[in-house]
Ligand binder design. Structure first.
Ligand code: NAD
Length: 315
């Protein structure tokens, strides 16, 4: 049994990670300040091997007991959040990552950072391999998130090279599943909320921009595989099946049996036109690839979360 510290453990991905680590018999210390996460995501956990600490990792923090793995997920992740708290987003990526890497160093723990496909910006290479350095607007409104993550990756490699910390960098592509917040502004929870409440589905631009959507269970399996490998260089984890936003809206309408119409709204600033992971490295290094297709993942999300939660009732 290993002891795993999960920052951002009360968030969407973090809470699923806590569940899976506990299911595999590990001890879990969950750290979160509830800025964008919620106790509702972890209140079902009754396991004595689970500890919850309400902490803001922008301030230095310490853990008394030995730690074997540090999963660093804490960060606002949705545009709605990082546009609301831009300075906090930069501080979590910088100070928060410093403090968490320092903790991993002290405990001689394996450290994994949840980075993002946003480090590729509006990519000029398609699909995106890890060797692509990206095309990011540092001064646009999204720059606070993209550059915080790019800085956090640089910091991670510096702690690895200069301080000998055993690090991993996971570049996560769009992921969805139960416990996403209905109003977090990302495409799948928004479309599901609109479809299930028979409201118009709002597609940005002409809906021709593409995304790839990974179901959360696949992603968490890839995250643990990467943490338990010896790899230090970045690894993309995401589903390479690519859809236009219009195709996604139509699929959501079909899966929900909704009568919603599709309406079009202005594109947000610096919205990437394409997004699709090249997962060759994940396949070769980790033997990982996603198993759950979009339609099945949407059905699982609706079944696990319940339609009333997805439309935002009671949350
Ligand atoms: P989320 O907002 O649900 O979870 C983030 C968690 O971090 C929240 O529980 C929040 O309260 C916590 N947090 C934020 N600031 C903190 C601080 N200063 N101290 C302690 N806790 C803090 O988002 P998510 O979708 O679960 O994303 C988790 C991680 O994965 C993020 O680092 C995000 O950048 C990355 N990621 C997610 C996706 C995705 O599709 N979900 C894609 C790419 C990268």
């Amino acid at each position: 049994m290993s002891t795993c510290l999960v920052t951002g453990g009360a968030g969407f991905l973090g809470s699923h990670l806590c569940d899976e680590l506990l299911r595999r018999g590990h001890r879990v210390i969950c750290v979160d300040n509830l800025e964008t996460g919620s106790l509702a995501n972890i209140e079902h956990i009754r396991n004595p091997e689970f500890t919850w600490l309400q902490l803001d990792i922008v301030e230095p923090y310490f853990v008394d007991e030995p730690v074997d793995f540090v999963y660093h997920l804490a960060s606002p992740a949705s545009p709605i959040d990082y546009l609301r708290i831009p300075l906090h987003t930069l501080k979590v990526g910088s100070y928060g990552t410093h403090h968490t890497l320092g903790l991993a160093k002290k405990h001689r723990a394996r450290f994994l950072i949840a980075s993002t496909s946003e480090v590729y910006g509006d990519p000029q290479v398609h699909p995106q391999p890890e060797s692509y350095w990206g095309h990011v607007n540092p001064i646009g409104p999204r720059g606070v998130y993209d550059e915080a993550k790019r800085y956090a990756e640089a910091l991670t490699m510096a702690y690895h090279r200069a301080q000998g910390v055993d690090t991993a960098i996971m570049r996560i592509f769009n992921t969805y599943g139960p416990r996403m917040r209905p109003h977090d502004g990302r495409a799948i929870p928004t479309f599901l909320r609109q479809a299930l409440s028979s409201k118009p589905i709002t597609v940005f631009g002409e809906g021709a921009q593409t995304r790839s959507f990974c179901y959360v269970d696949d992603l968490i399996r890839g995250m643990i595989a990467l943490a338990e490998s010896g790899e230090h260089d970045p690894v993309n984890i995401g589903n390479p099946d690519e859809f236009t936003l219009l195709e996604l809206a139509q699929t959501v309408i079909e899966v929900t049996g909704s009568s919603s119409e599709i309406v079009f709204e202005a594109l947000p600033t610096d919205d990437p036109q394409v997004r699709r992971p090249d997962i060759t490295r994940a396949k070769e290094l980790l033997g990982w690839e996603p198993a759950i297709a979009l339609r099945e993942g949407l059905e699982r999300t609706i079944e696990a979360a319940g339609a009333d939660v997805l439309v935002g009732a009671g949350r």
